[in-house]
Design a protein around this ligand. Structure first.
Ligand SMILES: Nc1ncnc2c1ncn2[C@@H]1O[C@H](COP(=O)(O)OP(=O)(O)O)[C@@H](O)[C@H]1O
Ligand SMILES: [Mg+2]
Length: 251
């Protein structure tokens, strides 16, 4: 059975895209067949994976509008990629006039379920329709929260949007857990927010170990590499590996 997991947070810069690519890589290293789907018109995942969005003739936008999975790029760091570019913004507007628009991504992915063990969807930094499409297509949502007050404060809104999707469109959607991200153990605010996440949110869902703040993540993405390829002995690699292991245990 394929696991479809959206990496979701309505804030930008909380590590959604980096987490999507890195978890995908670790799962692929476990011989899982992995597809990464870029649902952000800003196309950071597509760029991180080494493609030039403006050069793409077909993207996930075509798949959603025409319901055909045309645009898969195979074998990038042992993963496949359904890329995005700015055309996804245009698609977002066209979607508003389509029937059953919430189901459009799910319909596309269903046709390729058999080929994959994991489909990881990188979502845009908004609560808009592209995020809804992602959550409707998913069995699980994984939530990165930066260990900063501003990010933590947005959690209630975020969880509420997940509940709305569960209530009205996808009752099968489950929360895989929360990943505290960009954590600086030397910073008092980061420590306080990590503690708050662990204390307040562990009643709601699983809290995974924090991913440390590290410029190596930016360096790795500049080189279009997962951290484990760029800096194999970096401490964060073990954390990513343990979260990937948890993703494999999801029922
Ligand atoms: N653990 C980390 N520590 C420091 N910087 C990070 C970390 N993870 C990601 N980054 C950098 O922060 C920026 C935002 O990360 P990104 O994954 O694109 O977040 P999002 O998709 O939520 O907007 C990128 O430049 C990325 O390289
Ligand atoms: Mg992103």
């Amino acid at each position: 059975m394929v696991q479809v997991i959206t990496i979701y947070n309505q804030s930008g810069g909380v590590m959604k895209t980096s987490l999507t690519m890195n978890l995908g890589y670790h799962l692929a290293q476990h011989s899982r067949k992995v597809l990464l789907a870029d649902m952000d018109p800003q196309a950071s995942l597509t760029v991180f994976m080494g493609l030039e969005p403006a050069d793409l003739e077909q993207t996930i936008a075509d798949s959603i509008l025409n319901e055909v999975p045309l645009a898969i790029h195979r074998g990038i760091h042992q993963m496949d990629l359904l890329p995005s570019n700015i055309m996804l913004s245009a698609a977002e507007m066209q979607l508003t006039s389509l029937m059953a628009r919430e189901w459009r991504l799910k319909r596309v992915l269903e046709t390729i379920y058999d080929y994959y063990d994991f489909i990881l969807i990188d979502s845009p930094p908004s609560l808009g329709i592209l995020s809804v499409l992602s959550l409707v297509a998913s069995t699980y949502v994984l939530v990165p929260i930066q260990t900063q007050y501003k990010s933590y404060k947005g959690t209630e809104l975020l969880l509420d949007s997940v509940r709305q999707v569960q209530a009205y469109v996808n009752p099968d959607l489950k929360i895989a857990g929360i990943v505290p991200t960009i954590y600086a153990a030397s910073n008092a605010q980061d420590k306080a927010i990590l503690l708050a996440i662990q204390e307040q949110l562990s009643t709601v869902t699983q809290i995974y170990p924090p991913i440390p703040r590290a410029t190596a993540f930016a360096d790795a993405s500049m080189e279009h590499q997962p951290l484990a390829v760029h800096s194999p002995s970096h401490a964060a690699v073990k954390v990513l590996e343990s979260i990937a292991n948890s993703m494999e245990k999801l029922k």
